[in-house]
Ligand binder design. Structure first.
Ligand SMILES: Nc1ncnc2c1ncn2[C@@H]1O[C@H](COP(=O)(O)OP(=O)(O)O)[C@@H](O)[C@H]1O
Ligand SMILES: [Mg+2]
Length: 177
């Protein structure tokens, strides 16, 4: 219960915290998030496929939370695979950067993809996969505050892909927008 309340408080703080946007090296941020989640992957074979990751204009502390949530989910929902594959990459267009975290885990029914980003919506039982159901709500809140979008794709027993977009900075990298 304590964990749940802490998670809810953190979620409500997130909606109010100031955004401190700056130029962020997404590749470095991904590497550090993976390092922090090393214990989640202990004793397992995990093939990381880290594609090209462009620089983005974002709040590094909040974007770190996004990556930690998505990567920890990817590790959690692949736990029963003999070989886990997690791919993280990004593409750049004129207006935005779109990144994805893809795994070969248990996946989910694509009809419920939009629900996953709501607080407490979980498609897997807490006895099989522990969790509070707040992680993806945090992800959506952070990305929307940056003016971006989040969406998910999945297939039962084949894996899941979570995408997020971030608008490009207008003008210079120290643009306060
Ligand atoms: N990588 C994934 N593969 C399959 N299902 C996922 C994945 N990530 C999230 N989900 C589904 O979305 C739900 C919400 O995710 P999240 O908000 O992070 O909560 P939690 O991790 O606490 O369950 C999860 O309970 C699970 O059903
Ligand atoms: Mg989670």
């Amino acid at each position: 219960m304590g964990r749940l309340i802490d998670a809810l408080l953190a979620f409500s703080r997130l909606g109010r915290a100031d955004l401190r946007k700056t130029a962020v090296n997404l590749g470095d941020l991904v590497a550090s998030a993976i390092g922090e989640l090393k214990s989640d992957a202990a004793g397992r074979r995990v093939d990381w496929e880290i594609g090209p990751l462009p620089d983005v204009h974002a709040d590094p502390a909040l974007l770190r939370q996004v990556l930690l949530n998505l990567i920890s989910n990817a590790l959690k929902y692949t736990r029963r695979r003999s070989c886990t594959r997690i791919e993280i990459a990004g593409q750049e267009t004129a207006e935005e950067v779109v990144c994805h975290v893809r795994d070969n885990g248990v996946g989910f029914d694509r009809r419920f993809a939009h629900k996953l980003f709501r607080v407490f919506q979980r498609l897997h039982s807490a006895t099989d996969y522990e969790g509070t159901g707040i992680g993806l709500a945090n992800v959506r809140c952070i990305i929307q505050r940056h003016g971006g979008r989040v969406w998910a794709e999945g297939t039962v027993n084949e894996g899941a892909t979570f995408h997020f977009s971030l608008p490009k900075a207008k003008g210079t990298s120290d643009d306060p927008s």
